[in-house]
Write a protein that binds this ligand. Sequence first.
Ligand SMILES: [Zn+2]
Length: 473
Amino acid sequence: MNGGGNISASPDAPQKWVSIPEYEKTVDLEHGRMRVRQRNHQNFVFAGAAGYLGAANPAINYLDGDIAFNAAANNRFMRVNDQAVRARRIDMLNNPVVLVRAALEPSTMIRNVRAEGTLQLADITLRSGETLTLAIDSASGMPEWVRWMAHDENVGDVTFRTSFTGYLPVKGVLLPMGFNTVIDFRNVVQNKLYVDKYAVDESIDDLSAPADIRASQAPQPQRPVAEATSVAKGVWLLHGSGGANSILFEFSDHLTMFEAPTSQTWTKVLLDRARVTVPGKPVTEVVVSHHHFDHTGGIRTAMAEGLTIVAHKGTESLFREIAARRGTIAPDAVGGNPKPLKFRGVDDVLQLKDATMQVDLYHVVSSSHMAEALFAYVPSARLLVEGDFFDVGWELYWWQNMYADNIAYRHLQVDTDVPVHGRVLPIGDVLKDIARQTKAAADLCTRTAAAGVFPPGCPVKSPSPILPDARGQ
Ligand SMILES: [Zn+2]
């Protein structure tokens, strides 16, 4: 998540890592093809068993010229979009041999050759359009690093830089034993690759796109559709095909949205739906449940529209950093001229109240998932509005008493859960489902322990009280 999935928004918060123990990249230089086979394991607790333990089958992705496709179930393949083509081209180039060969292609333009310390730098533009900067060590003549830019929904223009280290010969070709990729947002490490083995000029599988894939169209992006479903007087769940939910609150002279999730496009569709649902009142602010980048994928849209971001005070400096970043290399709401951020920080409690609506915002307690988070309570309808307290779609629950603790800590009367993920449910169903998901996590820990494997979160912990007990200890 480019550094946007940590427990808090601090640049010093420990990163969450995904390990990729089975990674194999095959490049067919002769035909311009690539296959990457990998199996991911999250090194932190989360809610899906496959992502947590590693899926039964590795993910297998292909690139053949300008066709990207993936292995799917039943020995079939699935063509994927042109965004994947661009990402995989860069991934293929992210190797000194592939890169130097691409630079030496007669159709490649090499510009702006310059010295930087002990390095010689050059900008390389390939016939396919990609531009990268290559740094060569002046003394050894070996590629030292490569740098390129990509768009990110949360942080706009991002510069990636992969360093190649520890060259060793394989069949007379010098190859690096380490790859380290860092981005220019908080110097977050994007990935670290530890090489076990290279194979040079060995026979490989045929990586060409099958005929049916070649004949099919690349999927085109569809404009998502949002609906507004009334939850209570003046409260709607905005939901649909483009991502997570947002919740709309109607005050007497303005509208407040809870969450700008998933992507800039989806948040724009949600904002438009809000304006159609309650015509004549402006949306003036967006409450952000927590900074995780899936929950703030549309925050640049909210910022560009001049909305006030209402969030826990601990997230302010992160959101200021994000607001100041330009987005110029792909459609981006902030674009080339960032505006100052309008931010309203919440410490422990903030009441949003006028003659027609009351929404109480509270700092989340008892959460190992997010320490600088808010949830909302609508007293008139006894609604608890939340992001990441619970999702009916989760398989495993590792967060102990988070949901019940927040109700108890704030002395709330809750009838209904109104979630960013999932659907509106009675609170009794939610608490029952959390118990079921928690048991599933405990069962999983029992199974893995029997196999001699001890993943994070295991054994499932019993909750600690968040208040001193009645004896004042
Ligand atoms: Zn989250």
